[in-house]
Design a protein around this ligand. Structure first.
Ligand SMILES: [Fe+2]
Length: 292
């Protein structure tokens, strides 16, 4: 079977108080491209309940989905009872979600939510990767699509979402899995002795600059997340033309400081770290481009 094409789309934050938490993002250059609730035709209507999703975007194709409790499905409610507010999953768009079920399972993933068709919006399911992080798979059907924002830096600091960071227990194994199974390729490799940071990009990287980063924990805040949750989707990654000002603006917007912008040799750039209201890490680094 030919491997399906997996395109990085969004991460999803489960947040106890999303309407309050959202203000930090809105004060920090973000926009709301879509808000879905259970009154929206076809959207996630199941026997278990309705939805409340707000998408957030900032100048790039990678978006965040902020989801409000009590959560639609029992498997989601179980996760929230165990982990609380945090990043629940990363979502990938594929041409055919049903074919992808077998593809991921044959590669060692398990299924958290079985394949389901949501009327004229999308088909999808949720898998769990080989270290326990959640992978949502979506296939758009009909004309439905979560709207994009303009793909250009926002504000005088030139802020853009870039992607997501996942903390790994066995970095080499996870890099191999995401490359071989999800068709990612390495665009930046800063590993030694199975520790460090690896930037991965999907097949659209030349047009849609976004990345998924696999890393071992380095900051105390990263070790704390991993100790609490195991291998975890830890961080939202940004690039900015003016990192110092973007960082100061984030603090003014309500994000908690972790470490002010400084040279980070693992990433090879000036990088600052913050914490957002749900407890996840926000990483802002200088703008630089890898070869497309
Ligand atoms: Fe999602």
């Amino acid at each position: 079977m030919q491997a399906p094409a997996y395109q990085l789309h969004h991460l999803c934050i489960y947040e106890r108080q999303p309407r309050d938490a959202m203000w930090n993002w809105l004060r920090w250059y973000h926009a709301i491209p879509a808000y879905y609730w259970e009154g929206y035709a076809d959207m996630h209507h199941t026997g278990e309940g309705g939805v409340d999703y707000t998408f957030l975007a900032c100048g790039g194709p990678f978006q965040m989905q902020l989801e409000a409790p009590p959560y639609q499905f029992e498997y989601e409610r179980r996760w929230f009872a165990e982990h609380g507010s945090g990043i629940n999953h990363i979502c990938w768009i594929v041409p055919n979600a049903l074919e992808t079920v077998d593809h991921l399972q044959s590669a060692g993933a398990t299924v958290a939510m079985p394949y389901e068709e949501f009327g004229g919006t999308y088909n999808g399911f949720v898998a769990i990767d080989t270290e326990g992080r959640w992978v949502e798979i979506m296939e758009y059907v009909g004309g439905f699509k979560t709207p994009d924002v303009e793909f250009r830096p926002v504000g005088h600091v030139g802020l853009q979402t870039l992607g997501v960071v996942q903390l790994c227990r066995d970095l080499n194994t996870q890099v191999d899995w995401y490359c071989e199974v999800l068709g990612q390729r390495i665009v930046h490799d800063a590993r030694s002795d199975n520790e460090g940071v690896v930037y991965l990009a999907d097949h659209t990287y030349g047009d849609r600059q976004c990345v998924s980063v696999l890393a071992t924990p380095a900051l105390d805040a990263e070790h704390a997340l991993m100790d609490r949750h195991g291998p975890v989707i830890s961080s939202v990654l940004y690039q900015a033309a003016d990192v110092t000002q973007a960082y100061a603006d984030a603090v003014a917007a309500g994000f908690e400081e972790i470490s002010a912008p400084a040279q980070d040799d693992r990433i090879g750039s000036i990088t600052g770290y913050l914490r957002e209201p749900s407890g996840n890490i926000v990483q802002v680094r200088e703008r630089f481009e890898f070869a497309a």
